[in-house]
Each structure stands twice: as structure tokens, then as C-alpha cells.
Design a protein around this ligand. Structure first.
Ligand code: SF4
Length: 451
């Protein structure tokens, strides 16, 4: 048997510690890491260079501790939210040819599909029957489908299923419409909002760094345009979310650069509700040769925790159980995440890249409970949408019920940017009885209704 490894600088001879963790505690970076950690503990904002030092050198346990601390400042209740929703991808024809995308097909390819309206409405009806609150709808960059097609669809969904929000499109799709319709995107956003569009997902961000975008998605909306689409959506009174796809050709400083761009936008508009990240899913994509092997779970946790610490002006952090698996998602709840994202009753995009970790809703809830939290269903604006949640009066400034409430609080500067002090003893206990009530569609296995 191999002898136990001993680090000569460790004060406890014979005690094994991972090299990286020991270096973080005792090595040349230790003083700097301790100084930055103190800043985070005292609620001070850290700069990009400090975030990079933590991201690259801090012990992963310290990263988790600091991320959890920031999580508790923003979301002090022992609650993990999620939304009952469905992904609908109405068409997959796309002219943008991103090398990491296994979902799209070239417009003349025999792999293209386009769902007809009745098919889409059947999926929405099924979501509504399950108590769903959102449909996340995105397509490719279709050469001929324009925003009026989406306005009609959104208006029909709104008139037939008023509880369902269309969390729909993406910054690159808005940019695409501006180009093919040859009119300002502000008009497109206005028309979509008038039709009932409720919020913009954070898709298409990948890595908000031009060097990376030129390699992985050279035809796609650039960084400044992506940010400007979200800025204009916020200016129209709507909220959006932000994402990051890492683990491809980017460097650690570029991951931080992405976070800096998001934090700057949020300082300016305050319109981002949440941030989610995941590693590139490189299997079966058109340019798989460009990508290294799938990155490690440790990198996911380091990236997620760094984002929670650095994005001190974004209230919610979403885990990505579809890409990371449900066990890693549970661990991420101790690395800053307070939200499980959507139930994704149907998911076509990452599953096209060989990644599918969809779970039944009651299994999601079990995993959240076993992680030490109460699962609570939410709406698209992170308002509570769960009849079981009776523990305290729901403050609409923190939990808006509608896009109008979210916009009101955004305009009044009362949104989610004021950090709630961490209560003594941090998590407060919820009576067990409160946890057992009725929730939407808790026992319906998603696999039963997947398309
Ligand atoms: S990621 Fe979006 S824009 Fe890029 S090829 Fe896929 S569908 Fe098209």
C-alpha cells in the first residue's frame, strides 16, 4: 500500500490534505485570499482581480462558505425555489451555425422541423394542467420567421392561459429580428410586450468575451449587442436572466470578464433576476473537435461560487440540474444557489448534445428537502406561486406576482438589489406542517409527458 502523502509545510505531520487546498491555506496566495475573504465576510464588493484570485486559488470549501454567506444575505430563508415550466422549441432551422449546438439544422436540411400552432398549444395546455407557470420558448435564427409570428403566439397563450408566462426568445433572437425586419429592436420589444411577453431568458450569452465568441459562435450576436438587448428589455420595464456557458476555449480571466460585464449591466439597470451557469456539453456537436473533454464538477462549483460572490447585485442563482445532474445540483445549494430553475417538462437543446438529467417534480422536491431546504414553487419573476408557502407575509418588492409588479419595483428601485440582512442564526426553521401542503403536480413524472 502506498504511504500516505504528507505535505512538508503542514503543521500536523502525517495529515493528508489535497495539495491545492493546502497551498491556498499556506502558500504564497494565502494572505491575499484571507484578505479577500474578509472583504466578502464584511459585505464589501470585490473587484475582478480579487474574484480571479478566489476563483483560481481559494480552497473550494472556502469558496462554498463565502458563496453561501452571500446567498444568505440575498435570500435568508431556508427555501429553494423552482418553477413548473416547459421548454418548447417551435422550430430548429437556424442560419447562425454555432459549433457547439447540436439542436439546430441548416434551413434546407431534412433535419429541420416546425411545430404547428395546434401542437404548440397542446403543449401549453398540458403545462397549464400540471400547474405550470411558464413556457420557455426559443427557436433557431430562422431565415423567414419574424417577431410578428411570436406576437401572435404569445397573445394566444396569454388569452387562453393567463397564469402562464412566456419566458421567451433570447438576446440573439431579438438581434436577429432587428436585422431581418430592418427596424429598431425597441419597436420589436414594444410589440412583443404589448402581445403579453413577460420576460427574456438569458440564453445566447455563452461567454461574453469576443475572443471566445469568435471561435465558438463567430456569426452570433457579439458581447456588446447581447448586453444591449438586455438593457433595452430592462428599459421597457421587463426583467431578464443571465447565463454563462463555460468549459470550452475560455480562460479563467475570461470567465471573470463575463461576470464583470454582467455586474456592470446590473449596476446600470437592475433588471437581471438571476444567473445560471453550466459547462459546455460537447458530445455530438458540429465542432466537437474544438472543445476539450467535458470540464469537471469542481470547475462547475468554483465557477458557480465565484459568480455568487462576485454578482453581489443579482438576487438569485440558479443551479443547472439538467446539465450537472441532480446530485451536483443539490451540492450547488451550498455553493450559492437558491433556485433549481425550471422543471423543463420538455427539453430539446442540451438533450440534443447528449445531456439529459430531467427529473420528476417530486424527486426534485425530495432532493431539495434532503439538502436542508424547503422547496417552493415560483413564477418567472421569482414571486411565490405555491399555496404551501404560508410562513410569512409575501413582500411583493422581493417576490413580484406579475411582470407589472416586477416592473414597478424595478422602476421604484425597490427590486432585489437591497440586500436583506442575514438573521441571527441564519436559516429560520419552518414548521414541518407548512412543508407538506399541496403543490402543483408533485407526483407526475416528467418522463410520462415528455414529447
Ligand atoms: S445556439 Fe442558437 S443561434 Fe446558435 S446554432 Fe444553435 S439555435 Fe442557432
Amino acid at each position: 500500500m502506498q504511504a500516505m502523502e504528507t505535505n512538508p509545510t503542514d503543521p500536523t505531520p502525517g495529515t493528508w490534505r489535497p495539495r491545492a487546498a493546502t497551498a491556498a491555506r499556506l502558500g504564497p496566495q494565502a494572505t491575499e485570499i484571507a484578505r479577500i475573504a474578509d472583504k466578502v465576510r464584511h459585505g464589501e464588493r470585490i473587484c475582478g482581480d480579487e474574484a480571479l484570485t478566489l476563483h483560481e486559488h481559494a480552497d473550494i470549501v472556502l469558496l462554498g462558505e463565502l458563496a453561501n454567506l452571500v446567498r444568505l444575505r440575498h435570500n435568508p430563508n431556508p427555501v429553494v425555489t423552482y418553477i413548473v415550466d416547459r421548454n418548447i422549441n417551435p422550430y430548429n432551422a437556424c442560419i447562425t451555425d454555432c459549433g457547439f449546438c447540436a439542436f439546430y439544422a441548416k434551413p434546407k436540411s431534412d433535419r429541420t422541423y416546425e411545430l404547428d400552432r395546434a401542437e404548440i398549444m397542446d403543449k401549453v395546455a398540458e403545462t397549464a394542467e400540471l400547474g405550470g407557470r411558464q413556457v420557455l420558448m426559443q427557436g433557431g435564427h430562422h431565415p423567414t420567421i419574424k417577431s410578428d409570428w411570436w406576437c401572435d403566439l404569445i397573445a394566444e397563450i396569454g388569452s387562453r392561459y393567463p397564469l402562464i408566462n412566456c419566458h421567451t426568445l433570447s438576446a440573439p433572437e431579438l438581434d436577429h429580428f432587428e436585422r431581418i425586419e430592418r427596424r429598431p429592436v425597441t419597436e420589436i420589444i414594444r410589440d412583443l410586450a404589448q402581445a403579453g411577453w413577460g420576460s427574456l431568458p438569458g440564453g445566447g450569452a455563452e461567454m461574453l468575451v469576443e475572443r471566445v465568441r469568435k471561435i465558438i459562435a463567430p456569426k452570433k450576436t457579439d458581447t456588446d449587442r447581447w448586453l444591449d438587448m438586455h438593457r433595452k428589455v430592462h428599459e421597457a420595464g421587463l426583467r431578464s436572466s443571465a447565463t454563462m456557458m463555460f468549459g470550452n476555449v475560455e480562460t479563467a480571466p475570461e470567465r471573470i470578464e463575463h461576470l464583470v460585464r454582467l455586474r456592470d449591466l446590473q449596476d446600470e439597470t437592475g433588471g437581471l433576476t438571476a444567473f445560471a451557469c453550466w459547462n459546455t456539453q460537447p458530445e455530438g456537436v458540429p465542432e466537437a473537435h474544438l472543445y476539450p473533454r467535458k470540464s469537471t464538477p469542481a470547475l462547475y462549483l468554483r465557477t458557480q461560487a465565484t459568480a455568487r460572490i462576485f454578482l453581489d447585485n443579482v438576487q438569485h442563482m440558479q443551479t443547472s440540474y439538467v446539465t450537472q445532474g441532480i446530485k451536483m445540483a443539490q451540492i450547488s445549494l451550498r455553493f450559492g444557489c437558491d433556485d433549481f430553475g425550471g422543471t423543463m417538462l420538455e427539453e430539446n437543446v442540451v438533450s440534443a448534445a447528449g445531456c439529459s438529467n430531467l427529473e420528476a417534480i417530486d424527486d426534485l422536491e425530495k432532493v431539495i428537502r434532503r439538502g436542508g431546504y424547503t422547496p417552493v414553487q415560483r413564477n418567472s419573476w421569482y414571486g411565490i406561486a405555491d399555496t404551501r408557502y404560508k410562513a410569512e407575509p409575501v413582500d411583493p418588492a422581493r417576490w413580484p406576482n406579475s411582470r407589472e409588479e416586477a416592473a414597478f419595483h424595478l422602476a421604484a428601485g425597490k427590486g432585489d438589489y437591497s440586500i436583506v440582512p442575514t438573521p441571527a442564526g441564519s436559516h429560520t426553521a419552518y414548521p414541518e406542517a407548512e412543508r407538506q401542503g399541496e403543490g402543483a403536480a408533485l407526483s407526475k413524472p416528467i418522463t410520462e409527458i415528455r414529447a
